[in-house]
Design a protein around this ligand. Structure first.
Ligand code: PEP
Length: 254
């Protein structure tokens, strides 16, 4: 069975003091209020990774993720961050292919495939983001776009390597817009993603792959989304910056 996960993507928000406070509140509230077996992942900006790792390291439920990494192992790439560096400050996950990286930094599937490889080489589990734009959805290309992003970015992997991935389906038109896909629409795409994985790697790997939904998930929308058969949790942007909202989303699994 797929691991249930709620991952918070802080993007380029917070400072050291507010980050520290947010983590401490989420740890306390979750420990007090949630007894389930979902994993919780924090994805702060690079400068806060070490600090957040220090705060969460004695709490089994919590894990650390970076928001990006460079595709090369090391070298003269001023301003970039390597997989080995992330691993050395406690990351176990890394977000790859977020739509903001695809859109603003022109990251394409070929580049993302390299990033996935370098993450895996360094013992990091990629949270690989896919999802269609509104234009693509309106043109009836939702499944086609997601299939392409999945196959070009990740289907070069062996079954063992693919098993390390978390997939995040994030319709671009839902990210930060306050508009969420309906649970039924999201489930339809998630089921098709799982089917693609089954076609490529077989039933066992497909059933064990965590497929997160992302796009304006809020405490009141999470329960119905997480109740869908093929939705194994969420990648949460805005609502992960408020401890009460984020913990209520974690509790939506109940
Ligand atoms: C995201 O950035 O991955 C995201 C889902 O953001 P939001 O929840 O704010 O839509």
């Amino acid at each position: 069975m797929a691991q249930k996960i709620v991952a918070g993507n802080w993007k380029m928000n917070l400072d050291a003091t507010s980050a520290q406070q947010l983590i401490s509140e989420v740890i306390h509230m979750t420990n007090d209020e949630y007894q389930g077996d979902a994993q919780v992942i924090f994805s702060p900006s690079f400068p806060f990774l070490g600090m957040v790792n220090h705060q969460i390291k004695d709490h089994e439920r919590f894990h650390l993720s970076a928001q990006n990494l460079h595709q090369e192992e090391k070298g003269a790439y001023t301003g970039e961050v390597a997989g080995a560096m992330l691993k050395s400050v406690g990351c176990s996950y890394v977000i790859i292919g977020h739509s903001e990286r695809r859109q603003y930094f022109h990251e394409d599937n070929a580049l993302l495939a390299k990033k996935i490889d370098v993450a895996l080489t360094n013992g990091l589990k990629p949270i690989y983001c896919i999802g269609e734009t509104l234009e693509e959805r309106n043109a009836g290309k939702t499944l086609q776009v997601n299939e392409r992003q999945l196959s070009e970015g990740a289907f070069h992997l062996s079954g063992d390597a693919f098993s390390q991935l978390v997939i995040a389906y994030e319709p671009v038109w839902c990210i930060g817009t306050g508009v969420s896909a309906t649970p039924e629409d999201a489930q339809e795409v998630h089921a098709s993603i799982r089917q693609l994985i089954e076609d490529k790697y077989g039933k066992e790997i497909s059933l064990n792959t965590t497929i997160l939904y992302g796009g304006s998930v809020k405490p009141h929308t999470a329960p119905e989304l997480f109740a869908q058969k093929d939705i194994d949790g969420g990648l949460i942007g805005g609502a992960s910056l408020k401890s009460r909202d984020f913990v209520d989303i974690i509790k939506a699994f109940a």
